[in-house]
Design a protein around this ligand. Structure first.
Ligand code: NAD
Ligand code: 6OD
Length: 497
């Protein structure tokens, strides 16, 4: 086994790369530290893949494609994916412990979202690929004998999956599930901040008999490390990536010479729009989750809140009460509402926006700094849930993605103004609207330039629907049959009768 218990970090073997069904240390012997964001304790060391390991992983993935994986019938493949989902569920507590240790997020959150979705992402796409119709046309020809013209779907090949740290297992399997269901093989580069669950998944693949080389994991960083080596590798057929917009831009450049396709889920600066006719308590509860869940580290989270003027003061007061109700603490403590941010670097980034908001004259409704934590927790990456008002719309705090537990709230007077404000951003990932006026809900939702617009809810969706971002929030859509557009290629066959 290659997972590690946080309590025995010093003695534990490093987390290894998973290549061709084997756990392997980098030939260079290079490792990096993995520390808890809760109290900075050392969780363990991670073996950093170099060029040799990236080459070996791509080679293993290519061999599996040409060999045992490519030879499977679709039903045999999907049976294995159901087995993967079942095995994740069987090892639920192991995944939970690993994910919580890496991220510091409350156990209650990971138990209800991260790990169940990690399993579901294999099951849903196994279901999807079995139910995709093919195009088929009968053609007339001058000799009257006719022709049939149809298209088959073939896997793209070896897919590079580059994943972030905020929902590590969920977001990684959201790519690996459809990639494998469509018959591809993968080389995964999890975030350097959260290496554990991607590695554990290697054990699952071996346990259920997924052929060696189908699922490979290489550990390391982005530029100049495993991430860049992978995206520049000539043996990669496509790159699917979730992360920051500027990283997406770097990856696009890396694959440009070889003209490889990309699927990108990128950053956001999402708006929440609260109309005076909303169900007030539901709106406060929903916006409280949209702003603060996972300590604000959700790409779909809200950092700009627009509230219709008649309920503005009441709403700000209620959201403040919600923010102040969260207890910051250890993930395993049932009363913990918010965990830490992922890393000291990210905490410093978020705190720099807190400082900037103050300098730019924001009214700090609540929070605005780093909390005083007791004992070992004082070494963790904590920030206060924060609400501001009074900033101009061109402030960096209102325009740039912060990715922390914070939002700016501003009043609006008309529906047109609300739409204009929500759309005034280079991003286009998600919006959440709160209104009881059904006609307005449909009218406004259709005008918002985003990949997903929620009405009276947040983070709710059927996984068969398209998911992705507009503008600089992404390229392409994944989910249900939409994932097939990226993970397969259509091959046109025309048969003269
Ligand atoms: P990041 O872009 O810093 O890193 C993501 C991954 O890319 C990591 O594995 C990292 O090592 C790797 N990477 C970094 N530079 C690279 C390079 N030059 N070449 C190849 N790989 C490279 O993102 P993050 O900090 O891990 O995640 C937070 C960001 O992700 C936020 O901007 C958030 O909005 C975004 N995100 C978007 C979605 C979405 O669905 N749109 C979902 C989750 C997170
Ligand atoms: O739910 C999903 O499938 C998904 N991609 C969520 C993204 C969350 C961003 O942090």
């Amino acid at each position: 086994m290659n997972s590690r218990s946080p309590s025995s970090a010093k003695d534990a073997p490093p987390i290894l790369n998973f290549i061709g069904g084997e756990f392997v240390a980098a030939g260079s012997g290079k490792t990096f530290e993995n520390r808890s964001p809760v109290d900075a304790r050392l969780l363990g060391l991670v073996s950093e893949a170099g060029k040799a390991e990236v080459d070996a992983a791509v080679k293993a993935a290519r061999a599996a494609l040409a060999g045992p994986w490519g030879a499977l019938e679709m039903n045999e493949r999907t049976e294995l994916l159901y087995a993967v989902a079942n095995e994740i569920n069987r090892r639920f507590d192991q995944f939970l412990e690993a994910e919580v240790a890496d991220t510091g997020k409350p156990v209650s959150l990971a138990r209800h979202i991260d790990i169940p979705r990690g399993a579901a992402n294999f099951k849903i796409f196994a279901d999807v690929v079995k139910n995709v119709p093919s195009e088929f046309f009968q053609m007339a020809t001058p000799d009257k004998k006719g022709a049939i013209n149809y298209a088959i779907r073939v896997p793209r090949g070896v897919i590079a999956v580059i994943a972030p740290w905020n929902l590590p297992l969920l977001l990684m399997t959201w790519k690996v599930g459809p990639a494998l269901a469509c018959g591809n093989t993968v080389v995964v580069k999890p975030s350097e901040e959260t290496p554990a669950t991607a590695t554990l998944l290697g054990e699952v693949m071996n346990a259920v008999g997924v052929p060696r080389g189908v699922y490979n994991v290489i550990h390391g960083f982005g530029p100049g490390s495993a991430g860049e080596l992978l995206t520049r590798h000539p043996g990669i057929d496509a790159v699917t990536f979730t992360g920051e917009t500027r990283t997406g831009a770097a990856i696009m450049k890396a694959v440009a010479d070889r003209v490889r396709p990309v699927s990108f889920e990128l950053g956001g600066k999402n708006a929440g729009v609260v109309f005076a006719d909303c169900d007030f308590d539901a709106a406060v509860e929903g916006m409280g989750r949209a702003v603060f869940a996972n300590c604000g580290q959700v790409c779909l989270g809200t950092e700009r809140v627009y509230v219709e003027r008649p309920i503005f003061d009441k709403f700000v007061a209620a959201l403040k009460a919600r923010a102040e109700s969260f207890k910051l603490g250890r993930p395993e403590d049932a009363s913990t509402g918010l965990g830490p941010l992922i890393s000291p670097e990210h905490r410093d980034k978020v705190l720099s926006y807190y400082e900037r908001a103050r300098k730019e004259g924001a009214t700090v409704i609540t929070g605005g700094g780093a909390p005083k934590m007791e004992g070992e927790l004082a070494k963790g990456c904590w920030v206060e849930p924060t609400i501001w008002t009074g900033l101009p719309e061109d402030s960096a705090v209102v325009r740039e993605e912060i990715f922390g537990p914070c939002c700016h709230v501003r009043p609006f007077d008309t529906e047109e103004e609300a739409v204009r404000l929500a759309n005034d951003t280079q991003y286009g990932l998600a919006t959440t609207l709160w209104t009881t006026n059904l006609a307005r809900a449909h009218r406004v939702a259709a005008q918002i330039e985003v990949g997903i617009c929620w009405v009276n809810c947040w983070f709710l969706r059927d996984l068969r629907t398209p998911f992705g971002g507009s503008k600089q929030s992404g390229i392409g859509r994944e989910g249900g049959v939409h994932s097939l557009e990226f993970y397969t290629e259509l091959r046109n066959i025309c048969v003269k009768l």
